[in-house]
Design a protein around this ligand. Structure first.
Ligand code: SF4
Ligand code: SF4
Length: 114
């Protein structure tokens, strides 16, 4: 019998999610449809009295953004961030883009409050 040997494949991307907690209405779609099941309801409440989702397994998120596609309130989305850095040791452009999108979400959430 030949045994197949598996070597851990280095992941080129990791998943990262962004949650605008106060937009969440606790419908659970993101949790239900997340393929690797890495989301759960948080025990804390948002300002409307709902439990927003939290990521319970950071390494398990693939950044597929199905949570974002199913969320009816645009309260969550996922992105893929390269795990590599540039030769100069600086984060790649995509990682910079990830920061930009988080800032956009924070700005939108702030606008919701006003
Ligand atoms: S990006 Fe994909 S894997 Fe990550 S939490 Fe959302 S649905 Fe789950
Ligand atoms: S799909 Fe959106 S509104 Fe529903 S629980 Fe997830 S984040 Fe909240």
């Amino acid at each position: 019998m030949v045994m197949a040997t598996t070597t851990a494949k280095a992941r080129k991307f990791r998943g990262e999610i962004f949650i605008a907690e106060d937009r969440c209405k606790e419908c659970g779609f993101c949790i239900e449809f997340c393929p690797p099941k890495v989301l759960e309801f948080s025990v804390k409440f948002n300002r409307h009295g709902y439990h927003p989702p939290i990521l319970v397994n950071e390494d398990g998120c693939t950044g597929c953004d199905l949570c974002g596609l199913y969320c009816p309130d645009f309260a969550i989305y996922g992105i893929r961030v390269p795990t590599t850095t540039t030769t100069a040791g600086r984060p790649s452009e995509d990682q910079g883009a990830a920061r930009d999108t988080q800032e956009e979400l924070s700005t939108a959430q702030e606008a919701d409050r006003n």
